[in-house]
Design a protein around this ligand. Structure first.
Ligand code: CTP
Ligand code: MG
Length: 383
């Protein structure tokens, strides 16, 4: 279609919100309130032009919009007068859809624009609305009266009409109206209410800034977790390397690299958290360059991959499974080494050990097993 016109009302003084600068020019999550709606309309494929109603003043200049005269129309004393000024400034067909929106409602989504325009197929006016959830009381008389809220709706903007309908409706009213739909109601036109959006909350008072900021903040990205498991067989040798620490022992662990089951399990846990395969994918045992390799290289590599994927290691938990050697005397050294490689605080590293009560391959001291869990959190990028 691509022929609809959007009018953004930004000519108010924002008295109730206070704060010196009118609310529509104040920053919200890194950009002026007005820009949120402007960008939403500009992004939508069905919107041909956007008209901003406001004085072409210093506030617009700061946003780089001061000289786009084809877009900026001076406001009126009332909201309805501001709408009239915009309608007069537009040249379009009688049936062109016109969306009228409060700059004070920055949470406009693309789907809302689409749904409103679609609604115009079988109505003369379409607006988003929400039910009333609070109890309602009439305080005008001597006694409180409870009002049945079930038939009541809160109506938001944008509201969409055909150009000729809304122009005529506003001409006929005395401008004592709360929204543009009211003008159309008086003209006896068909009106359709579609599902509203809590994100379209209007900034009226200072406290609304915090509410809208909360509504429009990107959802906190979810942390990710991964687990890893590794086994190596005991063989010839006089030491084992566990979590980077060399421990003298009656046997060694057989492996292509240094056979550090703690760090191998941990490397897999980190790779698992970002779903980037496993240690064997990145360091194939068939590749001679990893012969006797320090497993710290694998661990540091997994950390790097996670960083590139936008995640940082929050905490890790390693369990070493064997009858011997005794792990406890070396536990603090293992935590420290692991924390160093991952560049995280030692408090974020746990190393535990258990026997399997002489059962199974670990119980028979045929080999050792290690398992690990890692939690990764998204790296927060400032807006
Ligand atoms: N508006 C307008 N022209 C007016 C009055 C209001 O364009 N003469 C716009 C406001 O900028 C706002 C929207 O209409 O985006 C809704 O109005 P409201 O929330 O009442 O804003 P203000 O009138 O600016 O605020 P207040 O009533 O607290 O002074
Ligand atoms: Mg007002």
């Amino acid at each position: 279609m691509s022929n609809a016109i959007a009018i953004i009302l930004a000519a108010g003084t924002g008295n109730r919100a206070g704060g010196g600068v009118p609310k529509q020019f104040r920053p919200l999550l890194g950009k002026p309130v007005l820009l949120w709606s402007l960008e939403a309309f500009q992004r939508h494929p069905d919107i041909k032009d956007v008209v901003i109603v406001c004085a072409a003043d210093a506030n617009l200049q700061k946003m780089g919009l001061a000289n786009s005269h084809e877009y900026v129309v001076a406001g009126g004393r009332t909201r309805a007068e501001s709408v009239q000024n915009a309608l007069k400034a537009i040249t379009c067909e009688a049936h062109t859809p016109v969306l009228i929106h409060d700059a004070a409602r920055p949470g406009l989504r693309q789907a809302m624009i689409t749904n409103l325009l679609a609604g115009l197929a079988d109505a003369d006016g379409v607006a988003p609305s929400l039910p009333v959830n609070d109890a309602l009381k009439d305080i005008s008389g001597d006694h409180l009266q409870t009002i049945d809220r079930t038939p009541l709706r809160r109506v938001q903007t944008p509201q969409v009409f055909r150009y000729a309908d809304i122009s005529a409706a506003l001409e006929d009213t005395n401008l004592d109206i709360v929204d543009d739909l009211a003008a159309l109601e008086k003209a006896g036109k068909t009106i359709k209410l579609i599902a509203g959006d809590t994100r379209l909350h209007k900034i009226t008072y200072e406290e609304d800034f915090a509410i809208v900021e909360q509504l429009l903040s990107p959802p906190t990205a979810i942390p990710r977790m991964g687990t890893g498991y590794d086994v190596h067989q005991f063989g010839e040798g006089d030491h084992v390397t566990l979590c980077g620490v060399k421990i003298m022992h009656t046997h060694g662990l057989v492996g292509h690299s240094d056979a550090d089951i703690g760090w191998h399990a941990l490397t897999d846990a980190i790779l698992g958290a970002v779903a980037l395969g496993d240690i064997g994918d990145h360091f194939p045992p068939s590749d001679p360059q990893w012969k006797d390799a320090d497993s710290g290289t694998f661990l540091a590599f997994a950390r790097q991959l996670a960083l590139e994927a936008g995640y940082t290691v929050a905490n890790v938990d390693i369990t070493l499974i064997c009858e011997a050697p005794k792990i406890k005397p070396h536990r603090e050294a293992m935590r420290e080494k692991t924390a160093q490689v991952l560049q995280i605080p030692i408090e974020a590293v746990s190393v535990k050990a258990t026997t399997t009560e002489r059962l199974g391959f670990t119980g028979r001291a045929e080999g050792m097993a290690g398992q690990a869990a890692a939690v990764l959190t998204p790296i927060h990028k400032p807006a």
